[in-house]
Design a binder for this molecule. Structure first.
Ligand code: GTP
Ligand code: MG
Length: 335
């Protein structure tokens, strides 16, 4: 009898909202931290501009897209007309410029997949990676930040999903699981698909922002302050959304035939993208289209072993949300 009552209670998982929101709140960076990040960026900009007056620095990744947790490193992109100097040389020069000031552990990693200069600022205690001319990342950071302004449930869902993925060790691209960027795109697409929708498709609306980066035209509606009521007809709470998200990826997503696409707000067929078979190292076992670089599948890192790990983790999470007496503890149990 107790079990039956327990099951009935679980049909309504609204009681899970408060504990989930408490976790979300605990992950948000403090205002003080944001101020320190800006200070560091200003310092770096000053140093860089002494040598290259026309160069610019941009924050990208989780510190700029509003999906960053407390105490994270910052990702910075240096935009510079490099002429015929190659990237390695540029990074070595950059490391040299920054070394001369009070920054610590300045190191150029010229052979990395994305070559960077790493450093630590002893004043703010913040570590930082600087890459060069990776402007597509700067633009997709803005897209994510703009989506986050529309409905707070996106930020809540993405924080919970990222926290879950880190706890369960499925946020490791070098081990064949997904990047944080991929998880946020999964959350955006999921909320575009709710009925009624919680998020619009910004790239399908009138263009108010448009730039060309690496020959790709990046265009979308960015006056998101006009869309703050977009999702209000949908009354789903965060507990229902977290459960539905995991349930979707555990049992409903058609891994064999479909691609999720934030760009169109719909599912596309693998056939239409020619992502039906393995080409080189790209296996397309889970397909997540990059919103601007549309030939880029963020699921490319997933192999036949890690796809099983991922899907079992989605199933585990859906099961816990539905049946575990203390889901907030079990869901984030370290792997
Ligand atoms: P955390 O550092 O885990 O909190 O998240 P993050 O938002 O910084 O994400 P991540 O390190 O995955 O990616 C950093 C940025 O790189 C993203 O925001 C994108 O702008 C950009 N990016 C573009 N393409 C890719 C890609 O294929 N993989 C990854 N990982 N990042 C990409
Ligand atoms: Mg990052």
């Amino acid at each position: 009898r107790t079990y039956k009552r327990f099951m009935q209670c679980r049909l309504d998982i609204g009681w899970l909202c408060n504990p989930l929101l408490a976790i979300y709140e605990s992950l948000i960076p403090t205002e003080e931290e944001k101020v320190k990040q800006k200070q560091l960026l200003a310092l770096l900009e000053k140093l860089v501009n002494k040598e290259w007056p026309e160069a610019r620095l941009y924050i990208y990744g989780s510190c700029g897209n509003s999906f960053g947790v407390r105490n994270s490193d910052i990702d910075v992109c240096l935009e510079i007309q490099s002429g015929d100097i190659d990237k390695s040389e540029l990074l070595l020069k950059l490391a040299d410029i920054l070394q001369s000031d009070n920054l610590q552990d300045v190191k150029a990693l010229t052979r990395a997949r994305v070559p960077i200069v790493k450093l630590m600022d002893p004043v703010t205690g913040i570590s930082c990676d600087i890459c060069v001319n990776n402007m597509l990342a700067v633009v997709n950071t803005k897209l994510l930040r703009d989506y986050a302004q529309i409905d707070v449930r996106l930020r809540q869902l993405a924080y919970i999903v990222k926290h879950w993925a880190k706890s369960r060790a499925v946020n490791e691209t070098y081990q064949g699981t997904l990047s944080s960027y991929a998880y946020v795109l999964m959350c955006i697409h999921f909320l575009q698909q709710r009925r009624p929708p919680i998020l619009p498709c910004l790239q399908e609306l009138d263009t108010t922002y448009s730039v060309i980066v690496d020959d790709v035209r990046c265009a979308y509606f960015d006056q998101v302050e006009k869309l703050i009521n977009f999702g209000t007809r949908n009354k789903e709470n965060i507990a229902q959304l977290v459960w539905s998200f995991f349930h979707y990826w555990a049992y409903q997503h058609d891994y064999t035939n479909t691609v999720i696409s934030v760009r169109t707000g719909h599912l596309l067929s693998k056939q239409s993208k020619d992502w039906t078979r393995r080409i080189g190292n790209d296996r397309h076992l889970i397909c997540i289209e990059d919103p601007f670089d549309t030939s880029h599948d963020l699921g490319r890192v997933v192999d036949k072993f890690s796809i099983r790990v991922l899907r079992e983790e989605f199933e585990r999470a859906a099961h816990i949300m539905q049946h575990d007496p203390n889901p907030c503890a079990t869901l984030f149990e370290p792997f």
